[in-house]
Design a binder for this molecule. Structure first.
Ligand code: GDP
Ligand code: MG
Length: 159
């Protein structure tokens, strides 16, 4: 049940100046940040991260989007962290994402608009979609020496 998942505040989130607001949502839920850094990835790294999407028609736009500026890469730990983080992030399309989710509160892009323009959906944040992706992405982005073991005060109440 105790899981680690990977999150990246995408270039649009960083450029909007909402890094702190986004991180605070995970902290307030009692989740623990165990790794964090700012990274500007290149095309080669983008292909590794989005390895399952390279053949999609929107991949070129997605690659352009993720390499256009630095991202904030984070490893989050907690009970059911993979599912809980996706719930806090909301669905892929901001147009559909409910208020209260990060994508619903901070963006309003749609599939229709993005596909017509040939760009990726601007949706502020990436979060691992499932256990397999989380394991792959945490390992791809972080070395073992970049993640940390410590106790938060939440652990007294939640665990
Ligand atoms: P996520 O797990 O919710 O981020 O969604 P996916 O893993 O399916 O896709 C990765 C990213 O590609 C999304 O967050 C969007 O930025 C973009 N994307 C996904 N599907 C589409 C699409 O159909 N059209 C466009 N233009 N972009 C998309
Ligand atoms: Mg995904």
């Amino acid at each position: 049940m105790m899981e680690r998942t990977f999150v990246a505040i995408k270039p649009d989130g960083v450029q909007r100046g909402i890094i702190g607001e986004i991180i605070s949502r995970f902290e307030k839920a009692g989740l623990k940040i165990v790794g964090m850094k700012m990274v500007w990835v290149d095309k080669g790294f983008a292909k590794k991260h989005y390895k399952d999407l390279v053949d999609k028609p929107f991949y070129k736009g997605l690659e352009q989007f993720i390499i256009e500026g630095p991202v904030v890469a984070i490893v989050i730990e907690g009970l059911h962290a993979i599912e809980i983080v996706r719930k806090i992030v909301g669905p892929t399309e901001p147009k559909q994402a409910q208020p209260g989710t990060i994508r619903g509160d901070y963006a309003h892009h749609s599939y229709e608009y993005a596909d017509k323009k040939g760009i990726a959906i601007k949706n502020i944040i990436h979060a691992s979609g499932n256990k397999k992706d989380a394991e792959y992405e945490v390992k791809l982005w972080f070395g073992l020496d970049e993640m940390h073991d410590y106790k938060t005060v939440h652990e007294k109440h939640v665990f």
